[in-house]
Design a protein around this ligand. Structure first.
Ligand code: NAG
Ligand code: NAG
Ligand code: NAG
Ligand code: NAG
Ligand code: CU
Length: 371
């Protein structure tokens, strides 16, 4: 199947799923891990542009502290704790994107990032990049996350890497990336237009209103099933924000080499939380979908199947050392679909967690809310 006919097949499949799932929503019991009495005072995750300079500085200082700490030497290429996070994402990329684990895994991963920040003395919560708000800007470059003094730095000027020359992260050298590679690289950014507003370049064929990211985001949040809503959030706001960051090392494997990754993913996590909050009884524990990429599809947003994407898009293979650390993808599920029992591993940094523990942002394992 070509990418385009596959795109239409997916749209048709999603349309069919809606009715089935409406009749019998995928809801599993709350079970173990739900202890809201452990969450009396949820941390408040706020939009970056609403923070005062002191709070912005506290976040950036904690991020710099993570970049200066040593990371897990058992993970290939890792020097710092920041690299360790990149490695965890790199090793698991093929089971956490275009699968049913996408939203819960990245929620778990944000929490891991927040734990690292707190170990660096950070008292706040991860801010989010309010991409819906920033869609109004003519050029994404004018978003205040790119402020060289109070933000993450602006953009580079020298192609092809566009290495940052201002801001707090100008001199950081990433150890990992791109794709499966372990090569040193700067944090680079290059902005063109505003991908937070116009997503015509990504998936106009896939879903209605995809050329307008805000309209498409509204549409995603209006979808009533987990399968539809989670796929829609993945494709439009998620992909648009990755392009909006302008990262020159923004490949799917090592996108956390850009510290703004966490603010973008907090926004995506907020969209999921907003969707859940529309019908908590039916949606908080709604989960499902494949736990590994469909070999015939690969990444939903990329052309080709898994084999073609590996050969043509990524052009790199895991080393045997990396391959030995790649999860099968079905850990805890006892089958091909994601369940609330699905396991998340941080290779020893924290104990194994399960999907059920991250479904409720105030469930006890997690304790935060978006404001
Ligand atoms: C980066 O390195 C340059 C040259 O050594 C220095 O002038 C600049 O202050 C450094 N920036 C940061 C954020 O450390
Ligand atoms: C990735 O690694 C492979 C093999 O080590 C190499 O051929 C390729 O040029 C590297 N790609 C990049 C972008 O560094
Ligand atoms: C697409 O956008 C138009 C105009 O904003 C709106 O009227 C329409 O309902 C949207 N369609 C979907 C499927 O959201
Ligand atoms: C996996 O989920 C799909 C729907 O998303 C369903 O059709 C299929 O039967 C499930 N497979 C198993 C083994 O549960
Ligand atoms: Cu990711």
């Amino acid at each position: 199947m070509t990418k385009i006919s596959r795109v239409f097949a997916l749209a048709a499949a999603l349309a069919g799923l809606a009715e089935v799932a409406l009749a019998s929503p995928v809801v599993e019991g709350k079970g173990k891990g739900h202890s809201p009495n452990k969450c009396k005072k949820p941390a408040k995750r706020r939009a970056w542009h609403t923070l005062g300079n002191k709070d912005k500085k506290a976040y950036i200082d904690a991020q710099l502290c993570v970049m200066a700490k040593p990371g897990n030497p058992a993970l290939p290429g890792v020097r710092t704790l920041f690299d360790e996070m990149v490695s965890i994402h790199q090793l698991q990329t093929l089971t956490i994107h275009s699968t049913g684990t996408f939203l819960p895994w990245h929620r778990w991963y944000l929490d891991l990032h927040e734990r690292n920040l707190r170990d660096c003395g950070f008292k706040g919560a991860i801010p989010y990049w309010d991409e819906y708000h920033e869609a109004a800007l003519p050029l994404v470059a004018s978003s205040d996350v790119f402020d060289p003094v109070t933000g993450f730095g602006s953009e580079g000027t020298v192609a092809p890497q566009y290495c940052l020359t201002d801001g707090p992260f100008a001199n950081y050298t990433n150890a990992i990336g791109p794709n499966w590679n372990i090569t040193d690289g700067c944090i680079g950014r290059h902005h063109v237009f505003n991908p937070l507003r116009d997503s015509s370049f990504v998936d106009a064929l896939l879903l209605p209103n995809a050329t307008d990211v805000r309209a498409q985001t509204d549409y995603c949040l209006s979808l009533t099933t987990w399968a539809e809503a989670s796929t829609c959030i993945y494709l439009t706001p998620h992909v648009a924000g990755h392009i909006g960051m302008g990262s020159t090392r923004g490949d799917p494997f090592t996108s956390p080499t850009e510290p703004l990754f966490y603010l973008h993913h907090a926004y995506i996590d907020k969209l999921w939380a907003d969707w859940q909050a529309q019908n908590p009884a039916a949606r908080t524990y709604a989960i499902g979908g494949r736990n590994t990429q469909d070999p015939a599809v690969g990444f939903l947003e990329l052309p080709g199947d898994m084999a073609l994407e590996a050969a043509v898009v990524f052009q790199s293979e895991p080393t045997p050392e990396q391959a030995a650390l790649v999860p099968a993808g079905d850990e805890g599920d006892n089958g091909p679909n994601v369940t609330l029992n699905h396991e998340f591993t941080a290779y020893g940094r924290i104990p194994l967690a399960r999907a059920r523990q991250v479904m409720d942002t105030k469930g006890g394992y997690l304790c935060y809310e978006y404001v």
